[in-house]
Design a protein around this ligand. Structure first.
Ligand code: DGY
Length: 329
């Protein structure tokens, strides 16, 4: 009796976090680079009080039902669409995430995708390494200018704001945003204008998605929305793949309904090797790496560890998704 609380960590995370966890808990760490299969995860949850999960671990009510002692899920991500939060709250399980620390890294990646897609950087790289570069071409590789254009942010939270700040401050872009909430700071800082989604799609040169994935936002950008965009538009998604209907995106890119896209997320992840998107030149796809900097992942690991330890010791979580939950006995 009275030993360290048992926890399961579903992947090796940076040592800053793991060492904190190992000091405070009896931790089993899943050693493989691939996620534990669903049945293995469920079996591991049978007798633990805490779980460090990744966005690849699906934690729905059926899985939670197999975790009678679980007090806390600490997600190693700011997003938590992999977790049924209502079910956790109902069952008295605290959920933590890692907000704030990945804002800049993610906004940088969104901007990197924006400029790569607008200026056809990856297409040019492939052209070069394929030996197709024969001479300087007056009409070749023409992309889109950035300065003075209009940026449309869908979901003006921390990351949307950070991207808008970069684009307005550095490239003098006008900023439109679509969100259920007004962002007074963005309006004051760079004159951002809150508009409905059709207006944003029709008026923006660059459209960047930063919305949470939920039942309302799933598939929010589909064939009808692509038709509303400019033919020169560039779509950026560094949030969650299922916000976009990927089949409709491939069609829109192929038939020139929009100019290009830059994606850090797909649906599913990874995309099938038969996905038509992978055969298009006007899309840049990164393997969900927006938060992948050494510093950011270390900070995520630390918050994640502190959420876990707080949860297993009955303390308030430093970054708590469902503070209204009543802890289970
Ligand atoms: C998140 O944190 O939600 C990202 O998708 C991964 O860092």
């Amino acid at each position: 009796m009275g030993g360290k609380p048992k926890v399961f960590v579903s992947r090796i995370i940076p040592d800053v976090g793991l060492s904190l966890i190992r000091e405070a808990c009896a931790a089993e760490v899943w050693p493989s680079p691939l996620p534990p299969p669903a049945d293995v995860l469920a079996a591991k949850l049978a007798d633990v009080e805490g779980l460090v999960s990744l966005l690849t671990d699906k934690l729905d009510d059926a899985v939670l039902a197999k975790a009678p002692r679980l007090k806390v899920i600490s997600n190693f991500a700011v997003g938590f669409n992999n977790i049924d939060i209502n079910a956790c709250t109902r069952r008295g399980i605290a959920v933590g995430n890692t907000p704030g620390v990945l804002t800049d890294a993610t906004a940088d990646m969104a901007f990197c995708l924006l400029i790569s897609a607008a200026r056809r950087v990856v297409e040019g790289h492939r052209y070069t390494i394929d030996g197709k570069w024969k001479t300087w071409e007056p009409l070749g590789h023409l992309g889109q200018d950035l300065v003075g254009r209009t940026l449309g942010i869908v979901g003006m939270g921390r990351i949307g704001y950070a991207l808008a700040r970069r684009c307005h401050g550095g490239w003098d872009m006008k900023v439109l945003y679509h969100d259920v909430y007004k962002n007074a700071q963005a309006e004051a800082d760079f004159g951002a204008r809150q508009v409905d989604l059709p207006t944003l799609l029709a008026e923006s040169d660059f459209i960047s998605l930063h919305a949470d994935l939920n039942d309302t936002t799933r598939g929010m950008i589909g064939a009808a929305q692509f038709k509303m965009m400019k033919r020169t538009a560039v779509l950026i998604n560094s949030a969650r793949g299922p916000l976009v209907n990927q089949k409709a995106l491939a069609t829109a890119l192929k038939d020139g309904t929009i100019f290009a896209a830059g994606l850090d997320v797909t649906d599913p992840e990874p995309p099938s090797m038969n996905d038509p998107l992978l055969r298009l030149a006007n899309v840049v796809i990164a393997p969900h790496i927006a938060s992948a900097t050494v510093q950011t992942r270390n900070q995520m690991a630390e918050i994640c560890a502190r959420n876990l330890i707080a949860g297993v010791t009955g303390q308030p979580l430093p970054a708590w998704v469902n503070p209204e939950m009543v802890p289970r006995k």
